[in-house]
Structures are given as structure tokens and as C-alpha cells.
Design a protein around this ligand. Structure first.
Ligand code: BG6
Length: 478
């Protein structure tokens, strides 16, 4: 089994989950800065302002802002070929509406990218990873407001222009399709700065917001290509393959329908037009989504170059089940979701299904024939530090090994065009859904707990040495 010598082995992070320095260098607050810590089964609270006495774990995160040189040196020691991270919109435009960008914020990313490149690590950048300016959420209602299309385009233009010689691979919106799950308020809030009001139809709100974001993404792609045709600009979707519980045709149809929730955004990003099943849904449900002829043209002219996606788990549906929908992240809010008896799950209930990754790669490639990039995959678990500071994270290694085996099969046996693999949270960081530190993904441990205590010291886990060897052998030695 061999992978191309250019295969991008890397690690993935997002600005708000690891940078810290939330109010430094002229940065404004983002939607995540008003989210408190939760836990498995305890939702994160979204407060209106920063409230005294509440703990906001993303404010300091793991303080990469002040420690980036040392952290990047560790990434280099691991042999990373790329690092996927995001640019916090609020470092560049603190409220999202300024005429001129914040030079101090732009300079911070210049320094980080230069440091990465110095070590031969290519930055792979997401423009919006749950970091919309709080001002836009509170004063404009987030992406409900069409004006955000141009504000995002301007932010993208500034980033493409400034970093075009340092960054080739870009993505517009992280896991844009999470917000399909309108039962869990954190998705619309973090993706789009949107809260559903009493009396509103959440799905109609979501599709309106989605339309604006899809336009913003398409405009960003178009302007990026104009600035520099060599830039590769992709989308980023969260993919959870949805299986039928049985070979009963009703279960199979239920899984097909549920899968549309997963494909909808990628369909528009890749094909430049709305899929017919969505148009039928708007018509059937009476949703009033204002899609103009000009909008259609924008979508057609802004299709993506590749598909970045996250893969953590699969889920299963059964046609004759109807759960009380809790908006549980684990089943993606599916009312007919059931447990899959063939696979186990992590302590946070996330199904562990390596073959699902190969299925995902094949389905995407068959559907769109575009290059793919696995920009998140990983295992959130509790780690124990031994007396000698070693950390034996065998379960994480096992998870990653099995997923890499499947990606190699997809490339070498199935012929999928795969650009790279960046496991999530290469260094421990704040969990998105729970705000915890103890749900750790990293190969580098960070001494910090759920309440914000700890020295922030970095330690190498067993997976650090294992992944270093995987990269050094281009995936041969797993
Ligand atoms: C994805 C996000 O949903 O999964 C990341 O893009 C997130 O931001 C990751 O951290 C893992 O989720 P969690 O909730 O375990 O941190």
C-alpha cells in the first residue's frame, strides 16, 4: 500500500479552540466567546454578554497565541507536512463591519504561517470555523441578514490577498451542514450567529441562513480565483454515513432521505445549483427562500475545487422508529436514529466505525468526482498521565490506525483521489460540543483541566511517536 509522496499528513485545529488570547491584539469577541463550558449531556450555555463568575473555556484555550513557536516546533518534530487551522474572523475584523482590517491580527497569522513554513509545514486554512463576530450575530442576526454575504466576501478577499503566497489550500465554512440539526441551538449559533425565535419555523430559518452562506462561499471562491488562480478553495462538511437498520426497503429509503441532510450543502457547493429534492421540500413545506436569478449565477460561478470533510462516526436509522428528538450530537438529531449493534462507541457515545470512512470516501468521489481531503478524524478520550509524564493512549492509536487502513484502501483499491489526512486536535484543545478539556484528541497532551486549572505544560503521548513513524514511512508502518 503506497500513498503519493505529496500526500498531506497533518493535524487539524481551529483558532477558537486552541489560540486563546481572545481579547488580545485588537481581537473582538466571537460567537464562541460567550459560550460557557458544558459536559457530556450538559449543554453549553450561550450568554448575552461575558458574565462575571462564569467560565468561558475558549478565552484562554491552550494559549497557542503566546506559545506558537514552541508548539510548532513540536508539530515539526512529529513530521507534519501540513497544519489545518482557521483564521479567527474577529482578529481581522473585530466587529465584522470595519472598513479596514486590523493589522495586528493580520500580522499574527503572518507570523504563524511563516513559522510553519520555516519548518516545512504547509498551512491549510478554514476561513470560518465557528468564529463569526459576536457583533454580527447580535446586531444583524448573523447570516439571516444578506449583508453578511458581502461582509464575508470582504474578509475572504483580505485573507486571500494577504496570504496567497503562504497558503494554497483554503476552506470556506467549517462543517456548514451541522446546522441541519436545528434541535441543538449551538449549531445555528456557531455556524451562522443565529438564534431561532419563538414562533419561527427552525427549518425555514436554517435554509434562509444556508442560502446566504452558500452565496458567501461561492463569492469567496470566485474572488479567490480572481486574486490567484492557483489557490485551491474547498468546502468543509461533516459527514456521518447513515445506514439502514435492515434490508427492509423502508429502512433503506429512510437512510437515503436522512443522507440528504448530509449531502445538501455539498451538493450546492460542488454542483453550483440546488438539488431537486431540496426545491421540492421548499415547495412542499411552503418555505419562502429568496433565491434570485442573480443568486443562481453566483452559485454557478463559485463551485469548489475540492471537498474537505470531517469523519468521526456513522449512524443508523429505522423507518418505524420515532425518538423524542433531543438534538443529541451523536445521532445528528435524527428522529429515527437507532443504535448499530455491530459497532462500539467512545465514552461520549460517538460510534467507532473505520469502514464508514471508506464508505464516505467512495460515496463522495462517486457523487462529485472531486479531490477529497479528510480534514478531521479522531478519538476524544480521557488520558491518564503516568508518574514519569508518559501517556499511554493505545485506544487513540488503535482508532487512528484502523481509519488510516481504510483510507489507504479507498485510495489504492478504490481509486479515490485523496489529498491528505489531518487528524483532529493534534494537540489537546477545548472540545467544541462540550467545552471540556478532558475530552482529549491530541497526540500532545496539555496540562489544563475543565475548570481552567493547570500549568499548560505540553507532554508527548505514545500516539505522538506512533504518528511520527506513520508519517516518516508515508503510511507504511502503522
Ligand atoms: C467537529 C468540529 O465538529 O468536531 C470541531 O469541526 C470539533 O470544531 C470536533 O472540535 C470534535 O468535536 P468535539 O465536540 O468532540 O470537540
Amino acid at each position: 500500500m503506497t500513498l503519493s509522496k505529496d500526500f498531506l499528513w497533518g493535524g487539524a485545529l481551529a483558532a477558537h479552540q486552541f489560540e486563546g488570547g481572545w481579547d488580545q491584539g485588537g481581537k473582538g469577541p466571537s460567537v464562541i466567546d460567550v459560550m460557557t463550558a458544558g459536559a457530556h449531556g450538559v449543554p453549553r450555555e450561550i450568554t448575552k454578554t461575558i458574565e462575571e463568575g462564569k467560565f468561558y473555556p475558549n478565552h484562554d484555550a491552550i494559549d497557542f497565541y503566546h506559545r506558537y513557536k514552541d508548539d510548532i516546533a513540536m508539530f515539526a518534530e512529529m513530521g507534519l507536512k501540513c497544519l489545518r487551522t482557521s483564521i479567527a474572523w474577529t482578529r481581522i475584523f473585530p466587529r465584522g463591519i470595519e472598513e479596514e482590517p486590523n493589522e495586528e491580527g493580520l500580522k499574527f497569522y503572518d507570523d504563524v504561517f511563516d513559522e510553519l513554513l520555516k519548518h516545512g509545514i504547509e498551512p491549510v486554512i478554514t476561513l470560518s470555523h465557528f468564529e463569526i463576530p459576536l457583533y454580527l450575530a447580535q446586531e444583524f442576526g448573523g447570516f439571516r441578514d444578506r449583508r453578511l454575504v458581502d461582509l464575508f466576501e470582504k474578509f475572504a478577499e483580505v485573507c486571500f490577498t494577504r496570504y496567497q503566497d503562504k497558503v494554497k489550500y483554503w476552506m470556506t465554512f467549517n462543517e456548514i451542514n451541522n446546522q441541519m440539526d436545528t434541535n441543538n441551538p449551538i449549531f445555528l449559533w456557531t455556524n451562522s450567529g443565529v438564534t431561532v425565535e419563538e414562533g419561527e419555523n427552525p427549518k425555514e430559518v436554517m435554509y434562509t441562513v444556508a442560502h446566504h452562506e452558500l452565496l458567501a462561499s461561492a463569492k469567496a471562491v470566485a474572488i479567490g480565483k480572481k486574486i490567484n488562480p492557483d489557490l485551491q478553495i474547498g468546502c468543509m462538511v461533516s459527514h456521518v454515513p447513515i445506514y439502514p437498520f435492515s434490508c427492509n426497503p423502508d429502512d433503506i429509503m429512510a437512510s437515503e432521505e436522512a443522507l440528504r441532510q448530509r449531502y445538501f450543502f455539498a451538493d450546492v457547493h460542488c454542483r453550483g445549483e440546488y438539488p431537486t429534492y431540496a426545491l421540492k421540500e421548499f415547495e412542499r413545506e411552503g418555505y419562502n427562500i429568496n433565491i434570485t436569478e442573480e443568486d443562481k449565477e453566483i452559485l454557478r460561478n463559485g463551485t469548489v475545487d475540492y471537498i474537505g470533510f470531517s469523519y468521526y462516526m456513522s449512524t443508523t436509522v429505522k423507518s418505524d422508529v420515532h425518538n423524542d428528538n433531543t438534538g443529541d450530537v451523536v445521532n445528528g438529531g435524527l428522529a429515527n436514529g437507532v443504535e448499530n449493534p455491530y459497532i462500539s462507541a467512545s465514552d461520549w457515545g460517538w460510534a467507532i466505525d473505520p469502514v464508514g470512512l471508506r464508505i464516505t470516501l467512495n460515496r463522495f468521489y462517486d457523487r462529485y468526482q472531486l479531490p477529497l481531503f479528510i480534514v478531521e478524524n479522531g478519538f476524544g478520550a480521557i488520558d491518564e498521565v503516568e508518574a514519569d509524564d508518559s501517556i499511554h493512549d493505545a485506544a487513540r492509536i488503535d482508532y487512528l490506525r484502523k481509519h488510516i487502513e481504510q483510507l489507504e484502501l479507498a485510495v489504492n483499491h478504490d481509486g479515490v483521489d485523496l489529498l491528505g489526512y489531518t487528524p483532529w486536535g493534534i494537540i489537546d484543545l477545548v472540545s467544541f460540543t462540550t467545552g471540556e478539556m478532558k475530552k482529549r484528541y491530541g497526540m500532545i497532551y496539555v496540562d489544563r483541566d475543565n475548570e481552567g486549572n493547570g500549568s499548560m505544560k505540553r507532554l508527548k503521548k505514545d500516539s505522538f511517536y506512533w504518528y511520527k513513524q506513520v508519517i516518516a514511512t508515508n503510511g507504511e508502518d502503522l
